[in-house]
Design a binder for this molecule. Structure first.
Ligand SMILES: [Fe+2]
Ligand SMILES: [Fe+2]
Length: 352
């Protein structure tokens, strides 16, 4: 008989969104997609391709281990979140697999060797205890929150002029990661709640995924004969350094014993995207993001809300960014994140 552990040790807290919505990734990648989908910055393209490569191995693991843990949980709200989380992750890896097949067919068959190593590594992970697997999931998802904030807030720098298909896919994935950012943490806290395994999971989950992503990136750069060129290596240091610099505060915060992913508010762009998608007629293909637009707004025609333009809300001013840096530093030191605001914002927007 399954052991129920949550009734004695765990109290469910509301998440930042009203509902985790399971959506279809209703767009097609062109079969002749150029794997270097940002021609002016191949390192960015290969860095994100490397991240895509790991997802069909990582995300089935996240989904399966979370579903396995359900029999140990008796908080109905959390069980519903865990099912929705697993359904979202399953749709993510199916779409990443489609993209990865095109990357391999269109010039980078060498990536298959990296995939073989990932398959072996994730097989070994499934042999670990369920607590270790859930701690890995919670740690990885906490790091992902920093990653998705970086992608969304820096989208105009990272994706300007890039393939609208690839960019739209990565940003939609980022929206859903933000939407379900509390679930892996909650599942671990309900299952175990012990600090040290979770802290180890933060390091294990984060560096395991990043190492395989970088392996994919360097495999593609080697194929392009770029690994020995100082200019390309400088670009690697700059882009990977920027990514690590943005993720680091989230990773450090995740290591605090009292950490809870609820302390990070969701970017306005994410809220706009969720609201825009909710108004989309069922069964239509997803509109693509205009990567030539200097603001790269959400790909939905939204009316102004509360007298403010939705596009205007998405554009973060320099003052806001400086304030965020100060709050990030304070939050690492344990002060509350005052960006946590109106938890009713998303549901209200969804029914608007
Ligand atoms: Fe995902
Ligand atoms: Fe996720």
């Amino acid at each position: 008989m399954a052991l129920l552990v949550s009734a004695r040790t765990y109290n469910y807290q509301p998440k930042l969104v009203d509902k985790i919505v399971v959506r279809e990734f209703a767009f097609e990648f062109p079969q002749d997609l150029d794997p270097v989908w940002r021609r002016d910055n191949p390192v960015i393209a290969h860095l994100f391709n490397g991240l895509s490569l790991v997802k069909p191995y990582l995300e089935p693991h996240l989904a399966k281990s979370t579903l396995r843990a359900i029999s140990h949980i008796d908080a109905p709200e959390l069980i519903e979140d865990m099912r929705d989380f697993s359904a979202q992750e399953s749709r993510h890896f199916e779409c990443h697999r489609r993209l990865n097949e095109i990357l391999k067919s269109n010039g980078y068959p060498e990536l298959a060797r990296v995939e073989e190593r990932m398959a072996r590594s994730y097989k070994r992970l499934t042999k670990k205890s369920l607590r270790t697997q859930l701690a890995y999931n919670a740690g990885f998802e906490c790091m992902t929150n920093g990653f998705t904030n970086w992608m969304i807030n820096k989208r105009t720098k990272l994706f300007a002029g890039g393939s609208p298909h690839v960019v739209s896919f990565f940003l939609m994935h980022a929206v859903e990661e933000t939407e379900h950012k509390t679930v892996a943490y909650d599942a671990y806290m309900a299952f175990s709640g012990k600090y040290w395994p979770r802290a180890i999971g933060v390091i294990h989950g984060s560096f395991h995924v990043l190492a395989f992503s970088l392996m994919g990136m360097f495999t593609a750069l080697k194929k392009d004969r770029q690994t020995g060129k100082p200019r390309s290596m400088f670009s690697v240091v700059r882009e990977v350094g920027s990514m690590v610099g943005h993720i680091a505060p989230y990773l450090l915060r995740a290591l605090l014993p009292w950490h809870n992913p609820r302390c990070d508010d969701d970017p306005q762009w994410v809220k706009d995207w969720i609201r825009g998608h909710a108004a989309l007629p069922k069964g239509v293909m997803l509109p693509l993001i205009d990567t030539a637009d200097p603001a790269m707004p959400v790909p939905f025609a939204l009316d102004p809300v509360d007298g403010r333009s939705v596009v205007g809300q998405s554009d973060r001013r320099k003052g806001d960014r400086r304030r965020d840096v100060v709050i990030d530093v304070a939050a690492v030191l344990g002060f509350p994140d005052r960006r946590v605001g109106d938890r009713r914002a998303t549901p209200e927007l969804a029914i608007a």
